[in-house]
Design a protein around this ligand. Structure first.
Ligand SMILES: Nc1nc2c(ncn2[C@@H]2O[C@H](COP(=O)(O)OP(=O)(O)O)[C@@H](O)[C@H]2O)c(=O)[nH]1
Ligand SMILES: [Mg+2]
Length: 304
């Protein structure tokens, strides 16, 4: 399957919701307040958020009253406008001028898809590179096993501490190993659930600070993984994690399982944080580099 078709099939729930409702709304060739209202409701329901919705509606209103308007016209207009918003967030997780080694610190709430995404990411970046994966979710044996399985199957080396060991000390050892054994990439997996948010954040801050100490002058990327099925609730997570940790990039998972995929657009408009990948399934190839045009065209079912 080519990349456009992968986006299309992965985003089908949100896409079907948006396109069928919008097509249904266009009841005349001239845009009238009722049509506008209907489209607005659809955009809000798909979690595009007020800001993006207002922006898109203003663009629809600006179309000339004499213009022959049909659903294809409206879907194309929306796709183009959304694409423009998203283009600014398109950025590879590894840039051509990045100096190796790179440390990726994966953060996010429990179940957001961190471990699975790390597994998929190894396949994306492994091309002749030496990769170490470190299990800093040290509280659950099952979490360590899950990460180990992904690492082994995708060809990365695996580092773990003992169960319940301080995750920051595991991270520190992994950084030292990365330098000493000349790894190109270190990927650190973390826990997403602690007794409360403050504890979780404090622990992540500690992991980051020891990583900084061991890896002075190395590139550290802090990647926040968000569960796309949470729709607009993802925003509060960007706020919470972003406040204490300098988040350098986002990965939004499980967009295959929701009709609220529009929340990605709302986040793209609200935060100047690159979106590196989207997760569109549970398998190893279901992680797609985020592409603004492919994303918006798939969402509104526009042929290129
Ligand atoms: N449908 C779907 N499921 C996903 C995706 N990413 C992860 N998952 C599933 O979400 C669940 C939680 O993922 P996991 O990686 O363990 O989350 P973690 O707690 O953040 O490490 C697992 O069952 C994954 O298979 C995705 O993009 N699409
Ligand atoms: Mg995990």
């Amino acid at each position: 399957m080519n990349i456009v078709n992968k986006f299309r099939s992965g985003l089908i729930k949100t896409s079907n919701f948006l396109t069928s409702n919008i097509i249904h709304s266009i009841t005349s060739k001239k845009i009238n307040p009722e049509i506008i209202q209907d489209i607005e409701t659809t955009l809000i329901s798909a979690d595009l958020g007020l800001e993006v919705t207002d922006h898109l509606i203003s663009k629809i209103k600006a179309t000339k009253i004499n213009d022959h308007v049909d659903s294809t016209f409206i879907l194309k207009l929306l796709s183009n406008e959304i694409s423009q918003i998203l283009l600014e967030r398109e950025e590879n997780i590894i840039k051509t001028d990045d100096i190796l080694p790179i440390i990726f610190l994966f953060i996010g709430v429990n179940g957001s898809g961190k471990t699975t995404t790390i597994g998929k990411l190894i396949k994306k970046i492994r091309n002749n590179k030496k990769i170490l994966v470190a299990a800093c979710d040290t509280f659950r044996a099952a979490a360590i096993d899950q990460l180990k399985k992904w690492s082994k199957s995708q060809g990365a080396d695996f580092f773990q501490g003992s169960i319940n060991q301080d995750p920051a000390s595991v991270a520190y050892s992994a950084c030292e190993m990365t330098k000493n054994e000349k790894y190109d990439y270190l990927i650190i997996d973390t826990a997403g659930r602690l007794s409360n948010n403050t504890n979780l954040l404090n622990q992540l801050i500690k992991i980051k600070s020891v990583t900084n100490k061991s890896a002075i002058n190395l590139t550290i990327k802090t990647i926040l993984v968000l569960d796309g099925t949470n729709g607009s609730n993802m925003i509060s997570q960007v706020e919470t994690f972003g406040k204490s940790l300098d988040v350098t990039g986002l990965i939004i998972t499980k967009l295959d399982g929701t009709a609220k995929g529009g929340a990605l657009i709302s986040i793209a408009k609200k935060y100047q944080i690159p979106i590196h990948f989207v997760g569109l399934g549970e398998k190893e190839d279901d992680l797609l580099e985020f592409k603004a045009n492919e994303f918006s065209q798939s969402l509104l079912n526009i042929e290129n």
